[in-house]
Design a protein around this ligand. Sequence first.
Ligand code: ATP
Ligand code: MG
Length: 316
Amino acid sequence: MAKDKVVRELEDLPGIGETTAEKLRAAGIDSLDKVATTAPFELAETAGISPEKAKEAIRVAQESVTLNFSTGEEIFNRRKEIGRITTASKDLDELIGGGVETNGITETYGRFASGKTQIGFQLSVDVQLPRNKGGLDGSVLFIDTESTFRPERIEEIAKKAGLDPQKALSNIFVIRATTTDEQTLALERADKLIQEKNVKLIVVDSLTALFRSEYVGRGALGERQQKLNMHLHRLQRLADKYDLAVYVTNQVMDNPAILFGDPTTPIGGNILAHAATTMLYLRKSKEEKRIVRLVDSPSMPEGECVIKITPQGISE
Ligand code: ATP
Ligand code: MG
């Protein structure tokens, strides 16, 4: 009887055949655990099945996985393994608890020229440093949606960091995405690159720009949020699976509903706020100075610090 069927792999789930299972694996949903924790709309979209079928598959997956409890001590020990990438500013590193961490998503948002892209460049260099110098000995997957990747900047920053500029450039794998489909696909196809090149940082600059231009008008808002949400889930899954750091940038929009304080909010609103582990708000100050505000973090208090953007990258 169907009820007694042992569920061991994706193909054992109702409505999931070989082809569908392959699609799911390609998207990183490669175990029953993962199906069990995937949102129905995401599973439906990824597998190309109806939401009803997706719900049923998830239900069966949830029944079949045994919950593995972790003790607080085990989680504590695992947390100690988490990698950190220096931002090249001691103050900023301290603000976020020792650098940009693996297993999570770090988001910066702010107006144009506030430094979001420059921080992405800095991290792309610093992740290549050895662990005792604030890096992870890793390479970078850089998804560039705004054509703002600048090799010259990487060269300058690498020199300052004591790395061979050519080598530093050869360790950054840049994908230029011009549509949200390309942006999404870049992640779906990322597993091989991540493993072969020891990618320890994924940069998505900008996370939201293409979504914003493709989905316009009120009617499209729901769909935009859903797609964006899925994209973030994928990023989080890659971060967990490969113990890598994810850095995303986000524009702000003027929010006339806020009368007092700073009338800007990040694009994507709440969904992003929940998905991003660490959220930083960047503001221009005098000349090369930028104010960084830690808006949300799982373990650090809110706070601010000042960084500088120099020709050689970020500094105190
Ligand atoms: P946008 O929303 O437009 O993408 P952003 O927040 O990504 O903006 P960045 O590109 O990170 O902005 O920052 C741009 C700023 O960085 C410039 O205005 C300049 O102040 C500084 N900058 C860029 N290149 C250099 C350089 N070579 N030397 C010094 N400062 C630089
Ligand atoms: Mg930018």
